[in-house]
Design a protein around this ligand. Structure first.
Ligand SMILES: O=P(O)(O)OC[C@H]1O[C@@H](O)[C@H](O)[C@@H](O)[C@@H]1O
Length: 458
């Protein structure tokens, strides 16, 4: 990847707005620690910003704790030097103080709820921003197509597109990035991945995790927005895009945008979709209450915890092939994979019998794995077919997904950032489904936590 030239050779200053929040402690700081401890780690300055009163000392302690799993010399330096600024990020004067403390070559990371991020961006419009400043925004990027568009317009007034980093940590997952190497560096798969040979594609992200105290956010988002609108559509883009000329920011993101522009719900009215919500149940030794009884949940929101939608891609390569995207919480198993299911052979020689399962290429997102499910001649009766799986366990990337994302932000390289038009396309694609669900045109099923989903779905 090519790094955009930074405006100064001084180390980048990473300013985390929302330093006291959960995201900072759980994902950003550990991600930064994993980057610093890796051979790709470079000196960086860190400033924590939040509205509550605190001290450099208390902030350093937080950073030190979050860094403890991946110690390094660089991490030690950051802990010793990092500072805390108390500021209301919706106030231009406060943000001006923050920028003055940061100096040149700064990346502002908005680890904030979307409404506050919007206020902070509006406040930034009133200021002269340092040249080359990177703005990193967490998902959800807007709340629908229209709000994503207006947020994009606001950002255009602040900095050029290549300095906006719309974070989707799935683009930092080594297993998602593996799709590029697998598809475009091996002649044996790519010619097969098209409507001529593929019957359907499934992108599944089932979790055992439940609400985990995130009602404030999740109860308004639900599984469709939380996972499909953001993460899984980007995975679809990598799985279905045309081979790009290069994997630089322009070509890769252009390829993603092109395939997403051709993507739509299988039925225009969004009813080729399913939704469900977990009831009380048990996962391992955890007893879970029904979703609607979880703390902070408002049953009148009708939030789904399991969502599935079928998509069509209107282009030469994929016309007529259903892409089924599904994600859910509190399920029996963690199943996270992309599955290409191949069509039957045009003619099975008579005398060969026992064809049970179609050929499948399965790419595991977690754990990282690769499987090719095939039928071959059996051991006992050589004319009786038996299923066989070629299985490879892959090395997970050295960096966590957040480490990868932070590395790109600090290098000023937007390749792994969701481009503005791509974020808008993702909202456009799910809009008919959201509308159908709001109008109750698709009923909401239930499943006991710890099961494989509603019985009627199997
Ligand atoms: O498995 P990972 O990398 O934590 O990603 C899944 C998570 O991604 C987050 O973006 C979602 O908000 C969570 O609900 C989900 O659990």
């Amino acid at each position: 990847m090519t790094a955009a030239t930074s405006e100064s050779s001084a180390p980048r200053t990473l300013v985390i707005l929302g330093a006291g929040g959960d995201l900072t402690a759980r994902l950003l700081l550990p991600g930064l620690a994993s980057l610093l401890a890796s051979p790709r780690g470079e000196a960086v300055r860190l400033i924590g910003v939040d509205r509550s009163e605190s001290s450099d000392e208390a902030w350093r302690k937080r950073v030190e704790t979050a860094f403890s799993d991946a110690p390094s010399k660089l991490a030690e330096t950051i802990v010793a030097e990092t500072t805390y600024v108390q500021a209301d990020v919706s106030d231009p004067a406060s943000l001006e103080r923050v920028l003055a403390a940061a100096g040149p070559n700064v990346a502002l990371y908005f680890a904030l709820p979307p409404a506050i991020t919007l206020l902070a961006c509006k406040a930034l419009r009133k200021l002269e921003l340092p040249k080359g400043i990177m703005l990193a925004l967490e998902k959800p990027f807007g709340t629908d197509y229209a709000s994503a568009r207006s947020l994009n317009r606001l950002l255009q007034h602040l900095v050029p597109e290549e300095q906006v980093f719309r974070v989707d940590h799935f683009l930092g997952k080594s297993t998602v990035l593996n799709l590029l190497g697998l598809r475009f560096a091996n002649r044996i798969f790519e010619p097969l991945l098209s409507a001529d040979n593929v019957e359907r594609v499934d992108i599944v992200f089932d979790e055992q995790l439940a609400l985990e105290g995130r009602a404030g956010y999740y109860d308004r988002a639900g599984a469709l927005i939380d996972m499909i609108q953001s993460h899984l559509l980007l995975v679809l883009a990598f799985a279905a895009m045309e081979p790009p000329a290069s994997v630089d920011a322009e070509d890769l993101r252009g390829g993603m945008a092109q395939v997403l522009r051709a993507t739509r719900p299988w039925k225009a009215n969004g009813t080729e979709s399913r939704r469900a919500r977990y009831g009380a149940g048990t996962i391992g030794d955890r007893e879970l209450p029904a979703y609607i009884d979880e703390q902070g949940v408002d049953p009148s929101h009708h939030t789904e915890t399991l969502a599935e939608m079928t998509l069509a891609i209107d282009n030469w390569r994929w016309a007529g092939v259903p892409f089924v995207l599904r994600s859910g919480k509190a399920l029996a198993d963690t199943r996270q994979e992309i599955v290409f299911t191949f069509k039957p052979v045009p003619h099975l020689p008579s005398g060969l019998h026992g064809m049970k399962t179609p050929a499948r290429l399965r790419i595991g997102l977690k754990p990282a794995s690769l499987d090719l499910d095939l039928m071959i001649n059996g051991e006992d009766d050589p004319f009786e077919l038996d299923p066989v799986a070629l299985h490879a366990e892959l090395q997970a990337g050295q960096l966590s997904a957040y480490g990868e994302v932070l590395s790109s932000i600090l290098e000023g390289d937007p390749t792994l950032s969701v481009r503005g038009d791509v974020a808008e396309q993702c909202w456009r694609i799910v809009a008919p489904v959201l509308k159908a669900w709001r109008k109750d045109e698709v009923s909401i099923d239930t499943y006991p936590a710890g099961t494989a989903g509603p019985r009627s779905w199997h």
